[in-house]
Design a protein around this ligand. Structure first.
Ligand code: PLP
Length: 395
C-alpha cells in the first residue's frame, strides 16, 4: 500500500490489495483454530518461525493479522499485535517493556481507572513500583522521571473524562533522556487525530472496542510498536492467550474502514454539543478541549490542528449524584452506558463506572467530582443530542 494519506489508509490498510490474482475486496473471516501444512517440513518451519505461515490461531490467524496490520499502518508502527481487549493490550505493553521486580513504572494520574488498577493491583503485586504524575505538567513529569527513574511511562493522548492533553513531544523527549520507554494509550484520540509513534512513542495501545471498531459490537485491543517489541508481544499472546477472536477482528476491521468519516462527524458534533451545553447555562462547567477555557485548548490546537478536538464532552451537573441520576433516567435519545466511541451518544457517570474504585484523593487530583458526567458524542444530529440532554435537565 503506497498511500500516505490517512483517508485512503483507513479504507485500504490491511486489505489484500497486493495479492496476486483474485482476492475478496472485504477482509476474509477465517475462524479456523488450526491450519494444515502441506508437509511436516513446512509445519516444522512455520512453528519454528523460519517461514511465515499459520499453524494455530493462538499464535496467529489471518483475520486477526489483517486487522492488526491495518492498525499498524494507521499508527505508523513497525509491528502490531492484537488482543482480546484493551486491558489485555495494556497488560501486554507493560510486559513488552520488560518490567522486573523493583522496577518503577510512572503513570499519568488521569488514566482510565482500570489501567490504574491493573498497574497497582496486578503489576504492583509482582513487585513493580507504581508512581503517578500529572502528565499535563511537563516540569512535574521531568522531576518525577529524574527522581523515580522509571522503566516505562504510561499515559493517554486525551485523558478520560476531562480531556486533558500532555505536551506529547516534550514529555516523550524527557522520558527518553531518562532511558524510560513510553507507552501511549491513543484510544480517545485515535490515529485520525494524533499518531503518537510519529512523536517518538515506543508503544501505542488501543482499546479497539471504542472508536476503532466504532459500533459497540466487539471487544478488542492492539499494541503497535517498533520491531524490537515484536517478539515479546507475540510471546505474550502465545503464552498468556489473551487472543482476539477472528470474528471480532473481522467486525473491528470492518468498523475501522469508516473511522475517518465517523471521527470527522463525531468531533464536529462534539463541538456543537459543547458550545450549546455551555451556552445553556445549566451546567457548572463544560469540559471540552475545543473551548478556549479548557486547560489543554492551546495544546489541542497544536497537536490536532484542523482535525478537531475529540468526541467527548464532559459536564458538571450542579448538585451531584441525585440530579445526575435524574438526568440519566430522563434521557430518551441519548443512552446511559459504560463505553465510548459507538455510533450512539452515550453518557457515563465516572463516580459509579470508569472511576468507581479510585480513592477520594485520586479523584480530587484528577478533578473528578460527584457532578462530573461524561458524554461520548455519537453520529446523531447534534441539535437532537443537545435537545435531549437539555430536556432531561428541566425541572
Ligand atoms: C482509554 C482506555 N484504555 C483502555 C480501556 C480498556 O479497554 P477494553 O474495555 O477494551 O478492555 C478503556 C476502556 O474503557 C479505555 O477507556
Amino acid at each position: 500500500m503506497e498511500s500516505t494519506s490517512l483517508e485512503t489508509l483507513f479504507v485500504h490498510a490491511g486489505n489484500y490489495d497486493d495479492w496476486p490474482g483474485e482476492m475478496s475486496t472485504a477482509p476474509v473471516l477465517v475462524p479456523s483454530v488450526s491450519f494444515r501444512a502441506k508437509t511436516p517440513d513446512l509445519m516444522d518451519a512455520i512453528l519454528g518461525g523460519e517461514v511465515p505461515g499459520f499453524s494455530y490461531s493462538r499464535h496467529a490467524n489471518p483475520t486477526v493479522q489483517g486487522f492488526s496490520e491495518a492498525v499498524r499502518v494507521l499508527e505508523a508502527g513497525q509491528t502490531a499485535q492484537a488482543f482480546g481487549s484493551g486491558m489485555a493490550a495494556l497488560d501486554a505493553a507493560l510486559f513488552a517493556v520488560g518490567l522486573r521486580p523493583g522496577d518503577h513504572v510512572l503513570l499519568s494520574q488521569d488514566l482510565y481507572g482500570a489501567t490504574l488498577n491493573l498497574s497497582e493491583q496486578i503489576w504492583g503485586a509482582m513487585g513493580i513500583q507504581v508512581d503517578v504524575v500529572d502528565i499535563s505538567h511537563t516540569e512535574m513529569v521531568q522531576e518525577a522521571l529524574q527522581r523515580v527513574r522509571p522503566k516505562a511511562l504510561l499515559f493517554e493522548t486525551l485523558s478520560n473524562p476531562l480531556m486533558k492533553i500532555p505536551d506529547l513531544d516534550a514529555v516523550i523527549a524527557r522520558a527518553h533522556e531518562c532511558d524510560c520507554q513510553v507507552i501511549v494509550d491513543n484510544t480517545f484520540a485515535t490515529p485520525a487525530l494524533a499518531r503518537p509513534a510519529l512523536h517518538g512513542a515506543d508503544l501505542v495501545v488501543h482499546s479497539a472496542t471504542k472508536y476503532l471498531g466504532g459500533h459497540g459490537d466487539a471487544l478488542g485491543g492492539v499494541v503497535v510498536g517498533r520491531k524490537e517489541y515484536e517478539e515479546r508481544l507475540h510471546q505474550y499472546v502465545k503464552l498468556r492467550g489473551g487472543v482476539l477472536s477472528p470474528f471480532d477482528a473481522w467486525l473491528l476491521h470492518r468498523g475501522l474502514k469508516t473511522l475517518g468519516v465517523r471521527i470527522e462527524r463525531q468531533v464536529a458534533n462534539a463541538l456543537v454539543v459543547a458550545h450549546k451545553l455551555r451556552d445553556s447555562g445549566k451546567f457548572r462547567r463544560v469540559w471540552y478541549p475545543g473551548l478556549p477555557d479548557h486547560p489543554s485548548y492551546e495544546r489541542a490546537r497544536t497537536l490536532f490542528g484542523e482535525r478537531g478536538f475529540g468526541a467527548v464532552v464532559t459536564v458538571e451537573v450542579p448538585g451531584g449524584r441525585e440530579p445526575v441520576f435524574r438526568l440519566l433516567s430522563r434521557l430518551k435519545l441519548v443512552g446511559s452506558a459504560t463505553t465510548v466511541g459507538d455510533v450512539y451518544t452515550l453518557c457515563l457517570y465516572p463516580r459509579v463506572a470508569s472511576h468507581r474504585n479510585q480513592s477520594p484523593q485520586a479523584l480530587a487530583a484528577m478533578g473528578i467530582t460527584d457532578e462530573t458526567l461524561r458524554i461520548a458524542v455519537g453520529l446523531e444530529a447534534a441539535d437532537e443530542i443537545v435537545r435531549d440532554i437539555l430536556a432531561a435537565m428541566e425541572e
